[in-house]
Write a protein that binds this ligand. Structure first.
Ligand code: HEM
Length: 436
């Protein structure tokens, strides 16, 4: 029954099960397998705060696809060691230096937007977020930038499909899916090797702000540097985790705003006046009503784990349902309606609003994603008027990693006459010679 329901519509099935059984229930459906799903904030807090010896990373193939040094393949001390090194580059305070890159990429992409004709924005958002990560995180420019821009979408698309399949024991040849994947991966490693080599020879490495340069300069507690293999795996992880998630959220923002003309008007006025409070609240609300990742999963490692009213055995998979947590009427009155004012002037609670997961595995790119979405939306509002619509809401479409609006976040835009390009930009990212 559950399998059939889930195939007919995963999110609707989850809602139905929650309405029938309450905030915690067990599912056994394709893709998820057998898992306990929770959505009560107190129980979510307990799960996120449990140490890795109690509940930790779910073993998924993502680690095998992204490499043994990827965040998604690590647990316990090895995971903690990597976070200690890679959380600081993504700290909110330092992100101002990347705003220039985002704004340049948004302006370049939006220059080709058609006027007065409906089009899907998702592909544009994917290009903006890909180019932003390649420049701000990989520090890529010139030949490497265009090689990675060409290679990475293919590698990530194939990798996320293979992540749910078993690795075959026999070599099926270089034209088989795994053969093609390993071919792409070899190409990727060669490009990253060249990028690292160039960065190490760069006399201005110490002044550079891209995350690759920060990785090369960083040291573990024992004074040792990150190995090239660690850098390659983590760069690929940052791209896979950060590119599609941010782009799909932006496409949802377009989809929601077009259906809420009063909010859209206020956002436009606010952008003209140089403000940002409502825009930031709107981004938080888009992530609440349209979370692009469905749940954050953990697996019980201790012999038993006490969670709220239950005792769970070792091996039990537990999913904190982001979708159901945000659809909780007791926490968010009129939960299905889009109302950015609920977050105006207040920060959301860490266990009620969980689009970035939580605890020691919380998304390290959350502040980066917020900065990026804020700059892209600000650029859009300053350059265009977005036409409201009475069309039906776009349905949810699963793309493998993230949920996107099924029609790609369709927009109709008009260039604003005589609008000067408004910018709040701080100093440009060091060495942005690849700027258009
Ligand atoms: C709107 C955009 C984004 C969303 C919705 C999102 C969501 C998430 C979620 C739900 C997790 C799992 C957290 C958990 O298990 O508790 C995660 C992990 C992660 N995210 Fe994001 N993410 C976004 C953007 C980014 C960006 C821009 C980056 C980096 C450039 C990034 C890098 C990562 C990494 C490295 C992890 C693994 C952390 C770990 O295992 O320690 N994400 N993200």
């Amino acid at each position: 029954m559950q399998g059939g329901l889930a195939l007919a519509g995963r999110l609707r099935a989850m809602r139905w099960l929650r309405d029938r059984y309450g905030s915690a229930f067990t599912i056994n459906v394709p893709i998820f397998g057998r898992a306990v799903v929770i959505s009560d904030p107190a129980e979510i807090k307990q799960l996120f705060m449990a140490g890795p010896e109690i509940a930790s990373n779910l073993e998924v193939n993502l680690g095998r696809v992204l490499g043994p040094n990827s965040f998604f393949a690590l647990d316990g001390d090895a995971h903690r060691r990597q976070r200690k090194l890679l959380v600081p580059p993504f700290h909110g305070r330092r992100l101002g230096v990347y705003e220039t890159v985002v704004e340049e990429e948004a302006v370049r992409e939006m220059a080709s937007w058609p006027e007065g004709r409906e089009f899907a924005t998702l592909d544009s958002m994917m290009r903006i977020t890909l180019n932003t990560i390649l420049r701000a995180v990989f520090g890529a420019d010139g030949a490497e930038l265009s090689a990675l821009r060409d290679l990475l979408p293919k590698l990530v698309r194939l990798g996320s499909r293979l992540a749910v399949l078993p690795i075959p024991h026999t070599d099926l040849g270089r034209y088989s899916p795994w053969g093609r994947f390993y071919g792409y991966r070899r190409e990727y490693d060669a490009i990253i090797g060249r990028l690292i080599g160039r960065a190490q020879r760069d006399p201005e490495l110490d002044e550079r702000d891209d995350v690759l340069a920060l990785m090369l300069r960083s040291r573990y507690d024992d004074g040792s540097p990150m190995s090239h293999g660690e850098i390659a795996d983590q760069l690929l992880t940052l791209l896979t985790a950060g590119h599609e998630t941010t782009a799909t959220t932006l496409a949802w923002a377009i989809e929601r705003l077009r259906r809420h003309p009063a909010v859209l008007r206020r956002l436009s006025d606010e952008a003209d006046a140089g403000g940002s409070d409502l825009r930031k609240a709107a981004i938080i609300e888009v992530q609440r009503v349209r979370p692009v990742i469905e749940g954050a999963a953990r697996q019980v490692r201790a012999p038993t784990m006490r969670l709220g009213r239950w005792t769970l055995p070792r091996g039990q998979v537990v999913i904190a349902s982001i979708y159901l947590a945000h659809d909780n009427e007791a926490v968010f009155p009129h939960a299905r309606s889009f109302d950015p004012d609920r977050f105006l002037g207040s920060r959301p609670d860490s266990y009620q609003w969980i689009p970035f997961g939580g605890g020691v595995r919380r998304c390290i790119g959350a502040a980066f994603a917020h900065m990026e979405m804020d700059v892209v939306l600000r650029t859009l509002l300053c350059h265009f008027t977005l036409e409201p619509t009475n069309d039906r809401d776009e349905r949810w479409h699963s793309r493998g990693i993230a949920f996107s609006p099924a029609r790609g976040g369709r927009a109709v835009v008009h260039r604003r006459p005589g609008t000067r390009f408004r910018t709040n930009i701080r100093p440009a990212l060091a060495r942005s010679s690849d700027a258009p």
